[in-house]
Design a protein around this ligand. Structure first.
Ligand code: ADP
Length: 675
C-alpha cells in the first residue's frame, strides 16, 4: 500500500515522500485495511520498530488536518522520557501547521493553555491528573493514542492507564482509540474491551534471531550454532562477555547488555572498557574524550558521573535510573550515533526510549523484587529486551542472546524464554489502593453519583471485563466506606457526593490514604516544628517512594529515631514490626531530603545514601508534589501553623537550599549551586 494513495492531506504525503517513506510496512497496511483512517478504534499489537508510531501519525493527521472528524489528539505514553522522545519526533509535523505540545509540569494544574494545541502528548499520570480538573478541551479530543498499552498489566502503573481509558470512554464516547502494544498473548481481550479492531503481527523490518550463549557458542532458535571467537588474552583476562562484545564490534555492530542490578551494569561496563577501546576506529577516541568531558560538565559532579565519564572515554557506558535524565540522553544519543559501542543497562531501558542495537545480550534474567528476592523476569519483558535487536537501515538481522553458564541453564533459557510466548496481561485495577483513588475520582468528576453509579462506571473497566465486577464487590464497598469515614465523600439522599476535601484531594492527585496521613499529622496543630517533622510526614504516605535500608544502616536510623521521636507527626509502630521497618525506610528517605535542603553536595548525598543523582532528582520530584499537597490541605483546613512552614519547605525542596538562601533563589537565573 502506497503512502501517496492514502486519504491524507497532500502536504503530509509530500513530507513522507521527502523522508523516503513511500510504501507502508505490512502491519501498517493491515491497520489501514482495518479502517484506522476511517475512524475505527484499533489495537495494534506488533513488535518494536515495526512502525506503530507512523500509524498513529497518519491517524492524527486525519483528525487535525480536517479530513476526518476534526478534533484534537491526545497521545498517551507511560514515561516522561518517552513523552520527550515523541515530542521531538513529532516536531517535524509542525511544518504541516500542526501545533504540538508536551504537557509536563505539576500534577495539580489544569493547564488551560493546552486548549490551543492540536496534538497533546502526556504521560498517563499527567493526563489522569489533568482530567481531574475537567479542562474544557477534553471534549474536543477525537483521537486518543495509548502507547504501550500492555502496561495495563503493570502493578504500579497499569491501574492509572486503565481507569484513564475507562473514564475517557465515558466522557468522550465518540473518540477513536488507537492502542499500541507489544506482541502479547491476549491483545484480543484488550481489543474486545475497547470495542476496537485488532491487528497483530510478528513482522519486523529487520529480522530477529534469538538464541542462548553457552561456553563459547551461541545456539539459535532456528538450530544454527555459531562459535564466538575468544580474544587472544592471558588466562586471567578471559571474559566471554568481552568476547561477544568484540565479535559484535568487529562486524560493525553495537551491543546492549541487560543485567539485573545497577552494580552489575556498572561493573560490566568497566570490564569491557579495555576490550572495546582496542577496537575503536581512528578519530573515535578523540570524540569519546570530548563526550566524556561534556558528561562531567553536566550537573553537579559526583563519583557516579566520574565513573560514567571514564567508561564513555573507552566507548562503553552503563545506563540506569541512578543517572540523571541528561546523562542518560547523552549516552543514548552517542549510541545512536554509533560512537558508544556497548551499553550495559538495567531493564529500565527495555521499556524506555527507542534504542536499537545489532546485538542484545541478556546477561541476567533475574531481578530483585521487594518481598520476593531474586525472581525470573517475565517473558514479556525478555521479549521487549530482545526486540531491541536490529538497527533499521544498518543491520539485515538483529540477534538477541541470553547468557548461560551451564548446559542445564542453556536448556532452561531456551525453553523458558526463547521458545516461549509472552504471558497474558491481567488487569491490576482491583487492588484496594487503586480502587480507592479511582472511585474518588469518578465521584468528584461527576461520573458516578451513587453506589450503583460506581458499579456501573467500573463495569466499563478491563478489570470487570476480565474478572467480572462481582468478585470486587466487597473491595469496592470497603473503599467507599473508607472514603466516607475520612470525610472525602458523603451521602446525600440516595446518592454520594464529594466533600470540598475529597474534591481537592482528587485534584491534588494523591492517594486518599496519603491525604489521611497528612491530615492526621497536621491536625495536632503544633507550631515551630522543624522541617524534618514535615519531611517524615510526607515520607510516611503511601505515595512517597522509599529508600532501601541496608542491614548496617538500620541501627543508625533506629538510634536517630529514638533521639528524635518527639518530632514525628504520627505514632511510632512497635519496634520490630513490619510497620516499624517501613518507618525506618521512610526516615532514611526524609534524612536524604534533609541533606538536600541543607545544601549537601550531590556527591555527598550519593556517597552517604548509596544512590545516584538521578535518584536524588526523582525523590525530590515526589517530595515536591507531596509537600505541595500537604500545604494545600493545611490551607484548606485552616491549619495556619503548618501552612507557612510547608510553603517555605516546598521552595527549599524545589531549589535544594537552606532557609536563609530563599531570597536569593527567588532571583532569576540563580540556582542551588550559585546561591
Ligand atoms: P514503533 O513505534 O513500532 O517502535 P516506529 O514507528 O518508531 O516503530 O518506526 C521505526 C522506524 O521505522 C522509524 O524510524 C520510522 O520512521 C521508520 N518507518 C516506519 N514506517 C516506515 C515505512 N513504512 N517505511 C519506511 N520507514 C518506516
Amino acid at each position: 500500500m502506497r503512502v501517496d494513495e492514502l486519504p491524507i492531506d497532500g502536504r503530509a504525503k509530500a513530507l513522507y515522500a521527502e523522508e523516503g517513506i513511500s510504501e507502508l510496512y505490512p502491519p501498517q497496511a493491515d491497520a489501514v485495511s482495518a479502517g484506522v483512517l476511517e475512524g475505527k478504534s484499533l489495537v495494534l499489537a506488533i513488535p518494536t520498530a515495526s512502525g506503530k508510531t507512523l500509524v498513529a501519525e497518519l491517524c492524527a493527521i486525519r483528525h487535525i488536518m480536517g479530513q476526518g472528524p476534526r478534533g484534537k489528539v491526545l497521545y498517551l505514553v507511560p514515561l516522561r522520557a518517552l513523552a520527550s522522545e515523541k515530542r521531538d519526533e513529532f516536531s517535524r509535523l509542525g511544518r504541516l501547521g500542526i501545533k504540538i505540545v508536551l504537557s509536563s509540569g505539576d500534577y495539580d494544574s489544569n493547564d488551560p493553555s493546552l486548549g490551543r494545541y492540536d496534538l497533546i502528548i502526556a504521560t498517563n499520570e499527567k493526563a489522569d491528573s489533568l482530567f481531574r480538573h475537567r479542562p474544557p478541551w477534553v471534549e474536543a479530543i477525537t483521537l486518543v493514542v495509548a502507547d504501550e498499552v500492555h502496561l495495563l498489566g503493570d502493578g504500579s502503573r497499569g491501574p492509572t492507564l486503565e481507569s484513564l481509558l475507562t473514564r475517557l470512554r465515558v466522557i468522550n464516547p465518540r473518540a477513536q482509540v488507537l492502542a499500541l502494544s507489544a506482541t502479547i498473548r491476549n491483545a484480543d481481550e484488550i481489543a474486545a474491551w475497547l470495542k476496537a479492531g485488532l491487528v497483530t503481527s510478528s513482522w519486523r523490518p529487520v529480522s530477529l534471531k534469538e538464541g542462548v550463549f553457552c561456553k563459547g557458542s551461541i545456539m539459535f532458535k532456528d538450530g544454527e550454532v555459531r562459535q564466538v571467537p575468544p580474544r587472544q588474552v592471558r588466562g586471567s583476562e578471559k571474559d566471554p562477555v568481552a568476547d561477544i562484545a568484540a565479535d559484535t564490534i568487529k562486524g560493525g555492530g553495537q551491543m546492549l547488555v541487560f543485567t539485573g542490578s545497577r552494580v552489575s551494569a556498572t561493573s560490566i561496563a568497566k570490564r569491557l572498557e579495555e576490550p572495546v577501546r582496542q577496537l575503536l576506529k581512528a578519530g573515535e577516541e578523540r570524540r569519546l574524550m570530548d563526550l566524556s568531558s561534556k558528561l562531567l560538565g553536566m550537573g553537579e559532579r559526583t563519583r557516579l558521573s566520574e565513573r560514567l565519564a571514564r567508561s564513555v572515554s573507552y566507548g562503553v557506558a552503563f545506563h540506569h535510573a541512578g543517572l540523571t535524565y541528561q546523562q542518560r540522553k547523552a549516552v543514548e544519543d552517542a549510541f545512536r550515533a554509533q560512537l558508544i559501542k556497548v551499553i550495559a543497562s538495567t531493564p529500565t531501558l527495555a521499556a524506555g526510549v527507542n534504542l536499537p542495537s545489532r546485538r542484545v545480550l541478556i546477561y541476567d534474567y533475574k531481578r530483585y523484587e521487594a518481598g520476593l528476592g531474586r525472581t525470573n523476569i517475565p517473558i514479556l519483558e525478555e521479549k521487549q529486551m530482545a526486540g531491541r535487536a536490529g538497527r533499521p537501515r544498518y543491520d539485515t538481522v538483529g540477534e538477541a542472546i541470553l547468557f548461560s553458564r551451564t548446559e542445564e541453564e542453556r536448556e532452561f533459557l531456551m525453553e523458558q524464554y526463547v521458545l516461549a510466548s509472552p504471558e497474558k496481561v491481567w488487569s491490576k485495577l482491583g487492588v484496594a489502593s487503586s480502587l480507592r483513588s479511582h472511585i474518588l475520582a469518578s465521584i468528584t468528576m461527576g461520573l458516578a453519583h451513587s453506589l450503583d453509579g460506581i458499579f456501573e462506571f467500573l463495569d466499563g473497566s478491563f478489570c470487570a471485563y476480565q474478572y467480572g465486577m462481582s468478585s470486587y464487590r466487597s473491595s469496592v464497598l470497603e473503599a467507599v466506606s473508607s472514603l466516607k469515614s475520612s470525610g472525602m465523600i458523603r451521602e446525600e439522599g440516595e446518592g454520594l457526593v464529594p466533600t470540598p476535601l475529597g474534591a481537592r484531594v482528587s485534584e491534588l492527585y494523591i492517594d486518599p490514604a496519603s491525604a489521611k496521613v497528612m491530615l492526621d499529622g497536621l491536625r495536632v496543630r503544633r507550631s515551630g516544628l522543624p522541617s524534618l517533622s514535615y519531611l517524615t510526614l510526607v515520607c510516611h504516605t503511601p505515595d512517597m517512594p522509599k529508600l532501601y535500608v541496608r542491614g548496617k544502616e538500620a541501627e543508625q536510623v533506629m538510634a536517630y529515631l529514638q533521639d528524635n521521636s518527639d518530632l514525628l507527626l504520627y505514632d511510632l509502630p512497635e519496634c520490630g514490626s513490619f510497620e516499624y521497618e517501613m518507618v525506618l525506610a521512610e526516615v532514611k528517605t526524609a534524612l536524604m531530603l534533609k541533606d538536600w535542603i541543607e545544601e549537601s553536595t550531590e556527591d555527598q548525598i550519593v556517597e552517604r545514601f548509596d544512590i545516584g543523582s538521578g535518584d536524588i532528582h526523582a525523590y525530590v520530584e515526589s517530595a515536591k508534589w507531596l509537600v505541595h499537597a500537604a500545604h494545600e490541605l493545611a490551607r484548606l483546613m485552616g491549619y495556619h501553623e503548618s501552612a507557612a512552614p510547608l510553603r517555605s519547605l516546598l521552595i527549599r525542596i524545589e531549589s535544594g537550599v537552606k532557609e536563609e538562601l530563599l531570597p536569593l533563589i527567588s532571583l532569576r537565573g540563580v540556582g542551588r549551586v550559585r546561591a
